[in-house]
Design a protein around this ligand. Structure first.
Ligand SMILES: [Fe+2]
Ligand SMILES: [Fe+2]
Length: 214
């Protein structure tokens, strides 16, 4: 207890080093994107580092281990999670970061927990981690539209999240995959908020402007 964020980051990085090299390289690429977004959106880079290094600590574990670790960590497992146990790696990591690595930054923990599916209401740090995770260099090489989402995130994090959710929706339908109910709930809220925003009256009453627009 009482560890500094720098000490927590060092301990988490040490644990991550025991994971497959490909996963470690992914996390390093995510960090590049996450720190860029953190600077643009005025988020503390140390908190972003903490969440980034921790977000995939259990990503490489086999399905049976995900189920077992979730039970050990007290993470609820839904039927959708049972059908796709890899989706548990975020919630498991958040629980372990809290218990074993003494992380008490609730927003960073929620960012780790929700980085795979999203949540209706997310902190800025959680939005940064989710988007950085999807648009890192290798992934946007595989999915070119992620480059567009990366650009959008520099101007509007919510728009970038919605664009990712739209891509995910199409991808899932094309593959014949189910949408996770947790993600679908979040997506519905993002869509609703987006249209609420679009439906607002203009800030300027255009009729009040002269014909020359002065
Ligand atoms: Fe992940
Ligand atoms: Fe990741």
């Amino acid at each position: 207890m009482g560890q500094s964020v720098a000490e927590q980051i060092a301990a988490i990085r040490g644990e991550l080093e025991s994971r497959p090299e490909g996963l470690v390289r992914h996390v390093e690429r995510v960090l590049v994107e996450a720190l860029d977004l953190a600077a643009r959106w005025d988020v503390d880079p140390d908190r972003v580092e903490l969440a980034t290094w921790g977000h995939d600590l259990f990503r490489s574990f086999p399905a049976a281990d995900q189920i077992r670790l979730a039970a050990e960590a007290g993470v609820p497992v839904s039927m959708a999670d049972e059908a796709s146990p890899v989706l548990l790696h975020g919630p498991i990591a958040a629980a372990v970061l809290r218990e074993r690595f003494a992380v008490s930054d609730e927003e960073a923990l929620a960012a780790v927990r929700d980085h795979t599916l999203g949540l209706a209401r997310m902190s800025t740090i959680a939005k940064v981690i989710l988007i950085a995770d999807k648009v890192e260099r290798r992934k946007r090489g595989r999915v070119p539209v992620f480059g567009e989402i990366r650009r959008a995130a520099r101007h509007d994090l919510d728009l970038a999240l919605l664009a990712w959710a739209d891509w995910k929706w199409v991808d899932e339908r094309q593959h014949g995959w189910m949408s996770h109910p947790g993600h679908w709930e979040a997506r519905q809220e993002w869509v609703r908020e987006h249209h609420l925003d679009r439906g607002l009256p203009g800030r300027v009453d255009e009729a009040a402007w002269g014909e020359d627009g002065a």
